[in-house]
Design a protein around this ligand. Structure first.
Ligand code: GLA
Length: 398
């Protein structure tokens, strides 16, 4: 057993014994989701149609496109893989997924990890079997299959909350937290490191209690869709959440829509840049086997990905807003700062970044992360024209 593996096991034991003593549940280990998870999820493109073949094709494409090597490691199956339970209550896959263990083996053989989806209610959002009263059994099945990531979606548990605590919001919130903690304990008990993704749309300020129930990430909003309006509504509304993000614990403004066809290149660059500044999980949601060169270049911009994945693990926030333009900044390791100059208007605008506003002197190094070139800010500011719904993404360092 390697040192790091035994350290992880010791940490899990510590977490289990502290859970048994009733103290707060610790995250599974300090290395799980040390930076925001990156990968792919089936929902935004395939929704209820996803099959074993689609997941294998996504895994193949992650490798052949270079996305895996850019950091996209998780291959996450969303809703609609679930079958019924056998006589012992063990969850089965449906006929779109003939053999989940074989699929996990295939995904692992590519140097990738496999994610799955369930929820604390009796049914998932798409009406498939979920984990209510089968949490331990399901966690064991996931571990036995070789699952590395679980997205756990509230959905029909809301009905249970309403039935059991009608008109008592406080009690309902407590039930919700308990349900999330229950699955976390079940995952811990398997001994397999499984990233735990809470999906309950931000209810009851999940960012304040997500870590206490074992969440590595938690959705902060309702669902995204492939329109500029919805993406911008979600992304630019993440004000004030930065202090709740840290290594192992991330705010999740939902998965990427880059490449799904509903936005322009500038809009998708805004999406990717904003998510990087938010230290958001980068879960591509497009059909990876049919990507245009532009889609691939947006998803694999290494300089933008490095902002998202910066080891300091600080989420960015809005620094200023003038009319329909906004500057968002994110502290990076080594004293650098990423700055997104966003234009939310339908017409182009000139935007100026004053270096002293973000703690730098004239002469600091300024780099344009989409053009991949250094730009000049010798007089202490940088002024640039930003296209409609577009962004200029900069990294400033000494
Ligand atoms: C909810 C979630 C989505 C997706 C669907 C699946 O709407 O928020 O991300 O998982 O359920 O049914």
């Amino acid at each position: 057993m390697s040192i790091s593996r035994s350290y992880v096991n010791a940490f899990i034991l510590l977490a289990l014994s502290s859970a048994a003593l009733g103290s707060p549940v610790l995250a599974q280990d300090s290395t799980l989701a040390a930076t925001p998870p990156m990968g792919w999820n089936s929902w935004n493109h395939f929704a209820g149609r996803v099959s074993d073949a689609d997941v294998r094709a996504a895994a193949d494409a992650l490798v052949s496109s270079g996305m895996r090597d850019a950091g996209y490691i998780y291959v996450n199956i969303d809703d609609t893989w679930e079958g019924t339970r056998d006589a012992q209550g063990v969850i089965q896959t449906n006929n779109k997924f003939p053999d989940m263990k074989a699929l996990a083996d295939y995904v692992h053989s590519k140097g990738l990890k496999l994610g799955i989806y369930s929820g604390p209610g009796p049914k998932t959002c798409a009406g498939f079997e979920a984990s209510y009263q089968h949490e331990d059994q399901d966690a064991k099945s996931y571990a036995a299959w070789g699952i590395d990531y679980l997205k756990y979606d509230l959905c029909s548990f809301r009905n249970i909350m309403r039935q059991q605590a009608p008109h008592d919001q406080e009690k309902q919130n407590a039930m919700m937290k308990e349900a999330y903690e229950k699955m976390h304990k079940a995952l811990l008990a398997t001994g397999r490191p499984i990233v735990y993704s809470l999906c309950q749309y931000g209810w009851d300020d999940v960012w304040k209690w997500g870590p206490n129930v074992g969440g590595n990430l938690w959705r902060t909003t309702d669902d995204i869709n492939d329109t500029y309006t919805r993406m911008a509504d979600i992304g630019f509304s993440q004000l004030g959440l930065a202090k709740y993000a840290a290594p192992g614990h991330w705010n999740d403004p939902d998965m990427l829509e880059v490449g799904n066809g509903g936005m322009t290149g500038d809009e998708y660059r805004t999406h990717m840049s904003l998510w990087a500044i938010l230290a958001a999980p980068l879960l591509a949601g497009n059909d990876l086997s049919k990507m245009t060169p532009e889609t691939l270049s947006i998803l694999t911009n290494k300089e933008v990905i490095a902002v998202d994945q910066d080891p300091l693990g600080k989420q960015g926030d809005r620094a200023s807003a003038v009319g329909m333009t906004e500057i968002w900044t994110k502290p990076l390791s080594g004293g650098a700062v990423a700055a997104g100059l966003f234009n939310r208007d339908d017409a182009e605008h000139s935007v100026t970044l004053h270096l002293r506003d973000i703690g730098f002197e004239a002469g600091a190094k300024v780099r344009d992360l989409w053009k991949h070139e250094d730009v000049s800010a010798t007089h202490g500011s940088y002024t640039v024209t930003v296209p409609p719904h577009g962004v200029v993404m900069l990294k400033v360092s000494r």
